[in-house]
Ligand binder design. Sequence first.
Ligand SMILES: Cn1cc(CCO)c2c3c(c(-c4ccccc4Cl)cc21)C(=O)NC3=O
Length: 291
Amino acid sequence: ESNIPRYHQEFHEVGLIGTGEFGSVYKCINRLDGCVYAIKKSIRPVAGSVNEKNALNEVYAHAVLGKHQHVVRYYSAWAEDNHMIIQNEYCNGGSLADAIVNRKNENRMFSEAELRQLLLHVAEGLRYVHSMQLVHMDIKPGNIFISKEKRLLGVNYDSADDGFDEEETVEEEITYKIGDLGHVTSINNPQVEEGDCRYLPTEILREDLAHLTKADIFSLGLTVYECGGGGPLPKNGPEWHEIRNGNLKDLPQYSRDLNELLKMMIHPNPETRPSAVSLMQHRVLCPFSNK
Ligand SMILES: Cn1cc(CCO)c2c3c(c(-c4ccccc4Cl)cc21)C(=O)NC3=O
């Protein structure tokens, strides 16, 4: 327990960017390095409680999962005035859940190319997580964050009669990052804390932990399906079971290949689902690789 109030001393709080039972997340600027961070403040869990185990779990996972462009980066964590505080990379594009809402309101759904990019980025992040013998266990739109970087592609000088004026072509580069490692557990000694039931495969409910990495693949399949307009996803009932029997309504605005890939990702038999490695080599995701 540090009794020095580090949070307000080291950071300027810009604003609240999220609240939930998990706590509150703030956009903050570090007074020393001037960089922006996402900082989650949650009530300090009771020593020895499940919450404390999960909170420590999250920090251990971040510490092990160091730096990867498709996993939200961790910087520091500390306890202060009865709060648990974790300082993460700030992703300036909101969460994928926000993007789904915004796209629906603007009636501008994701293109097939955007769904493939999402699938590729998160598959790459999962490949890394799984290679560290860990599983995420709560992949869903609310836990995938977006970073947008503007890249200057070129500058045109068209010499109009009144001298030069530059025309910049800027491209916005999107990177999807896996966040919220609160449910991460080890493949070899799993202590599964169930994630959001809308994205949960049946075998986890049956406590069959033999193919944990495929639970993340299942959740990713439903996450992409939801971005493709297949949502909102059921939390229970016949619709929930229909999906777990492998019956996913077609998304007619996307290719047969993509629809088939999503169906394979949510297959009732976890062994049939593609691994993160095989996903990345799938022809739907790297169309130009000649087989
Ligand atoms: C609600 N919310 C909104 C954002 C900003 C998206 O533009 C956000 C972030 C994070 C988190 C987060 C999730 C789980 C644990 C710790 C943190 Cl900081 C939550 C976030 C995080 O780790 N990085 C974020 O950008």
